[in-house]
Design a protein around this ligand. Sequence first.
Ligand code: SF4
Length: 374
Amino acid sequence: MAGIYIHIPFCKTRCTYCDFYMGTNESLLDAFVDTLCAEAKIRKEETGETVETIYFGGGTPSRLHRAHFDRIFDSLFSHYTIAPDAEITLEANPDDLTGDYVEMLSQLPFNRLSIGIQSFSDEELRFLSRRHNGREAVDAVRRCQQQGFRNISIDLMYGLPGQTTEIWRDNLQHAIRLDIQHISSYHLIYEEKTRMYRLLKAGKIQPVPEETSTEMFALLIDTLTTHGFIHYEISAFGKPGYFSRHNISYWKDATYLGLGPAAHSYDGQSRSWNIASITRYNQTKESGLFERTSEQLSLPEKYNEFILTGLRTMWGINLAELKSRFGETLFQFCMENAKKYLDQGLLSTEDQTMKLTREGIFISDGIMSDLMWV
Ligand code: SF4
């Protein structure tokens, strides 16, 4: 097994743009952690492989307390074989990273932090309903560094309504000054069922023009690569030696176990996902009958995943592997559809590998969808 993903579906409040599965009733936390440990025990038979990465995602995993982490780690280390150099990541929000909390984290097995900063502009942060301001974000990172964390990632968001390239440039400069190892950066998406989406539909906010979005993405790539980051996946930039091992395992078809409500698992042949309800999840602790839906992946579905995840990365897709795993028909389908992009210089091939060129990255969604089997 490559990894374990642990979904902590609790947040203090909901951000304007967020459609993740989470709840705000933290009185359920204790029962949730009990259930999570029970699930970890019950599902230990699903893997015999050494666990190379553990990722606490959410929600906001930094809402957990010391006693919760102790119970979860006891359960994981007693039921799974964890590699001595396993990458163990905690997603955290800046407002939770007080001095005492960071000190507590430094005594746990975490060796990587992923901090949800999103922006350093107080106005943008208020608009997103984040619970920190720009100064607090910087202070939180500094505290983590002072406490000895040497593998820190931050999330940054761009393409916000009213955001200019100057504001975005300023956010990027703030990030660079932090001397961190990794940055994940995403364009705002207006997900249905979010407050942001309703504001858009009501005409109260305007999306940034497409040219501005493109300019911001170019600025992101140019600024970070100039400052020592490698653009190794469409949304991910890491200094050498600091790529996210957990995320790479998703893109390289490794298996993973997802624990907690709404968590997804993949065993190499099928995908499954836990019920997206904290209450119903907690109720299954006694019976041990965790509600999960699964689907067997067909060959074309696996091919689509291979294209989608491979092309997102700087490693691209290996054409010999494409042919041997998916056969002549899907291989030919891919190459025929790739031809026009190869001719236009949006895809390139070298040493049996096909990848997006810099120009291709800007229209990656369109290219990938053309290469998908439907
Ligand atoms: S903290 Fe993260 S998971 Fe929680 S509401 Fe905000 S964006 Fe969503």
